[in-house]
Ligand binder design. Structure first.
Ligand code: NAD
Ligand code: MG
Length: 395
């Protein structure tokens, strides 16, 4: 009989967290929910706890912890409540935990993801920002911890499935010539450039093919998401940056491709539904039902591909510059974007200036070598301060 795997879901109230719970709940014979975490949404986290009965619930915001504990007690649950980043790090390291879904958004997920890697857990990585900030450090922690790391980002999950077992593209290993990273181009691929100043947060978050959290939706609209994904692919697959190519594919059916030296191109296809990569990673190397509708290619009729417009989406080119610069440049790139997106979502910064903020921050702070985590965290702090010091108000 198969042993039941215990899951810790970081960011359980989010888009990826909820999809993970949906897939896991279809397979009670394989998975049990050990821990659920959220930022400050005590009511929503309590609801999920009542449904999934985890042993632990962690709320990052310490002030919401007593509200959560009261709700759980009133519901008759004996779920233990932990708080803060310390609580997150404690729970991912517990010996009972087999699998950690890292689905916190942004740099807030870095330390808990690292702790899970150090503890040798099987990590399902959705939190791409952690890898962008601290790629070499996180990958070294994964190797030292000895647990597997499976990509959840749909493109990287596709690439993982198209690569030979072992999932590396190092030095053209196994004849890999190029990684073709697809992207829909977001909601503004064809919008008149002069119209982009007036874009509202809700328009930017209305993605044509994927339904996602607000931060990644804005990243998709600026194509910063694809920029982060180029860096993510570089570290996940040990791929040289010049072998990673972005291809625009508005239907989001081909989730990415790998080209080999003999001319073969292997692609992974599916409906744009994150439950597919989540189920693939949860069950790997098995396959399980994910609740995803079958792909009807005839219904799509045509799949189309275009080259990205590097002038419209300057963030994309910056990814390659940042990789060339190395060291803390990636953490600076990520932090500036987080501040700019926050300012845009709060209704201050115009959409068209998000990339300006990133460029100005990269210019303001020279990159330094990364020897340890503190180098990354310091760059993150400096970049946030520099980005905040820029004018983030409407023009
Ligand atoms: P979301 O905003 O829907 O959810 C984010 C989760 O993180 C929530 O549970 C929230 O409570 C938690 N959180 C936020 N700030 C926190 C903090 N400071 N401390 C602790 N917890 C905190 O985001 P999402 O769309 O689910 O994305 C999660 C991650 O997955 C992101 O890194 C995103 O880039 C990546 N990702 C998402 C998708 C998608 O389809 N949604 C696809 C690929 C990759
Ligand atoms: Mg993606």
């Amino acid at each position: 009989m198969r042993r039941i795997e215990q899951l810790a879901i970081l960011g359980a109230t989010g888009s990826i967290g909820r999809s993970t719970l949906d897939v896991a709940a279809r397979h009670p014979d394989r998975f049990r929910i050990f821990a659920l975490t959220a930022n400050s949404q005590a009511r929503e986290l309590a609801r999920l706890c009542i449904e999934h009965r985890p042993r632990y619930a962690v709320i990052a915001d310490a002030e919401s912890a007593s509200a959560l504990a009261t709700r759980l007690r009133d519901a008759g649950l004996d779920t233990k409540v932990l708080a803060g980043e310390r609580g997150l790090m404690e729970v991912v390291s517990m010996p009972e935990v087999d699998v950690v879904m890292a689905a916190i958004v942004g740099s807030a997920g870095l330390r808990s993801t690292l702790a899970a890697a150090q503890a040798g857990k099987k990590i399902l990585l959705a939190n791409k920002e952690a890898l962008v900030m601290a790629g070499p450090i996180l990958m070294a922690a994964v190797r030292a911890g000895g647990g597997p790391l499976l990509p959840i980002d749909s493109e990287h999950n596709a690439i993982f499935q198209c690569l030979p077992p072992g999932g590396t593209a190092r030095d053209g290993g196994a004849g890999v010539r190029r990684i073709l990273l697809t992207g829909s181009g977001g909601p503004f691929r064809t919008r008149k450039l002069s119209d982009l100043d007036a874009v509202t947060p809700d328009e930017a978050c209305a993605h044509p093919t994927w339904s996602m959290g607000r931060k990644i939706s804005v990243d998709s609209a600026t194509m910063m998401n694809k920029a982060l994904e180029v860096i993510e692919a570089r570290w996940l697959f040990d791929a040289a940056p010049e072998t990673i190519e972005v291809v625009i594919h508005p239907q989001s059916v081909v989730h990415s491709m790998v080209e080999y030296s003999d001319g073969s191109v292997i692609a992974q296809l599916g409906n744009p539904d994150m439950r597919t990569p989540i189920a693939q990673a949860l069950a790997y190397p098995d396959r399980i039902e994910a609740g995803v509708a079958p792909l009807d290619l005839v219904d799509f009729g045509a799949l189309t591909f275009e080259r990205p417009d590097f002038e419209r989406f300057r963030a994309l080119g910056l990814a390659y510059e940042v990789l060339r610069a190395g060291g803390t440049a990636q953490a600076i790139f990520n932090a500036a974007n987080e501040i700019a997106v926050e300012a845009f979502l709060a209704g201050g910064l115009p959409f068209s200036r998000i990339t300006d903020v990133i460029e100005a921050t990269l210019e303001a702070i020279p990159p330094r070598p990364v020897d340890e985590l503190e180098d990354v965290l310091e760059a993150d702090r400096l970049a946030r301060a520099a980005a905040r010091a820029l004018d983030l108000r409407p023009a």
